[in-house]
Write a new protein. Sequence first.
Length: 335
Amino acid sequence: MLALLAACDRRPVPLQFAGPTMGTTYGITVTRLPQGVDRVAIEAAIAETLSATDRHLSGWNDASELARFNATEGTDWVPVSQALLAAVEQARAVSDASSGAFDVTVAPLVRAWGFGAGAGDDPVAPSPAEIERLRSLAGYEKLELRRDPPALRKAVPELAIDLDGIAPGWAVDRIAERFDALGIEDYLVELGGEVRARGQSPERRPWRVAVEAPLAGERRAQAIIELGDAGVSTSGDYRDFREIGGQHLSHTIDPRSGAPVAHGLASVTVVHASVATADAWATALMVLGPVEGLALARELGLAALFIERGARASEFVESETPEFARFRPPPGRRL
């Protein structure tokens, strides 16, 4: 009987995959393999997906399709891959729903403030005149999409796209699709902080993901959520920031002002079926701030957690939508 009980309690030995990609890292756990699928097949799915994402969507790869489109100087239709068109279309949907709070055309403003690909090592704050000039060259409505055949067109030749706010989540979604096609039912994929989980963890329970406290100098959990078939993304100002003229500047640029966001919101976490969409919405809500952002999240039924800075250092105030609360572990469950 003891031997039988031990056998029944035997947990699967998970497979782990990790490595560098697109200027960050990825980590993947697969709880169990379906019959006929081996480690080689999984490694191939991961490598092919990451290579395709870098080839089409990367702003850090000068030879990527995105970089080549940004380098075009005209306003004619430019044929693009289905991958690039779909990513831009997915971003555009969030831009429309957020009234432009998420905007992939703010690349020149991001660089001007010292962030993203092509930014200088010793940035200075752009002048008000420069901000206005760059704002006139941006705007998601200045980027046109055509589905058949797939193409993009700039309304102004200087327009440039920055997909850093959606590309990592896009890669995670594509890896998840490959895993689903292989019949893998239990996995967790993390890339640059973007996470997609399905099924059960090796502990035979929903995957538990920590939402970090927005602290620059340490890492601790602010909240714990459970995911059975969903993705999660967090946008915040506590990891990627600059100090210019004694000011703490967030890497999140408000397209409406052309400047870094300046409110008390430290981070926003969004849970969604698509990690890319969660990624885009986390940025949009971070731009909108704790009042406007929370109101829109509630109106649209988004699962979102807002963390604001409190009166004292390391003190935070949480606000969440009812949809996000459903991902919290039930009270009394052992963590």
